[in-house]
Design a protein around this ligand. Structure first.
Ligand code: FE2
Length: 221
């Protein structure tokens, strides 16, 4: 069987609700950034599918660990870190899994080489670098048991602080201009702003719109 956007959506739709929302948000944000970078057609669609399924491996990790309010033990943390490899094993059943594998496997790499698999800078496939930024943005702007939601200003500050450490410096800059472009007049540095909430409330209709024009190109048999 081949994975396409519709199949990916049907998989995500049975995720637990917080993972489902996170997956859609990351897909939406990654797709917007990728389109801003000039991704089109099949390349954009593969990015969207990979982003939607980036955390599929977490479906094999207990909710009590994922939502634990306190610090994870070393053992629990080591298990959570395995979600990239578990996820890559889960998608191998799709004939065309290679097109989304880099995102699932490498979205926890860091620009400075201190991520899960210690790839660094442009050794990390670009789609995975994109999803890393979208993932961090959504994590910081979401209320989680172990952290308070950050405002847009705080989140962009945090992304900038980690340019060249966790994130590609160029992609953080492009992401920031993409976010500013999409605020349509609400300047994130001058208003502490309803944008993240607006984005989240609208995320379902907006990501549908953002991904609706991605053509599904079936290769001739
Ligand atoms: Fe992840």
């Amino acid at each position: 069987m081949k994975i396409n956007f519709e199949v990916a959506k049907s998989i995500v739709d049975i995720f637990p609700s917080d993972l489902l929302e996170h997956s859609y948000n990351v897909c939406y944000l990654s797709t917007r950034l990728a389109a801003h970078l000039g991704y089109k057609n099949e390349k954009l669609q593969n990015l969207a599918i990979g982003a939607l399924l980036h955390d599929i491996g977490k479906t094999r990790i207990g909710q009590e660990v994922l939502n634990k309010p306190g610090r994870l033990t070393d053992e629990e943390f080591a298990f959570v870190k395995k979600h990239t490899v578990i996820g890559s094993d889960l998608i191998r059943c799709f004939r065309n899994h290679q097109s989304i594998l880099p995102v699932v496997l490498y979205h926890h790499e860091r620009w400075d080489g201190n991520g899960y698999d210690r790839l660094k800078e442009n050794e990390i496939p670009e789609p995975a670098q994109i999803v890393t930024i979208a993932d961090a943005f959504d994590a910081m702007t979401t209320n989680r048991p172990y952290q308070k939601t950050k405002s847009l200003v705080e989140t962009l500050h945090e992304l900038n602080k980690n340019k060249g450490l966790q994130f590609s410096p160029t992609l953080v800059e492009r992401f920031e201009s993409c976010i500013i472009e999409n605020t349509k007049g609400i300047h994130p540095f001058t208003s502490d702003f309803p944008f993240v909430k607006v984005l989240k409330r609208q995320v379902t209709p907006v990501w549908k719109k953002a991904t609706k024009n991605i053509p599904v190109k079936e290769k001739p048999k």
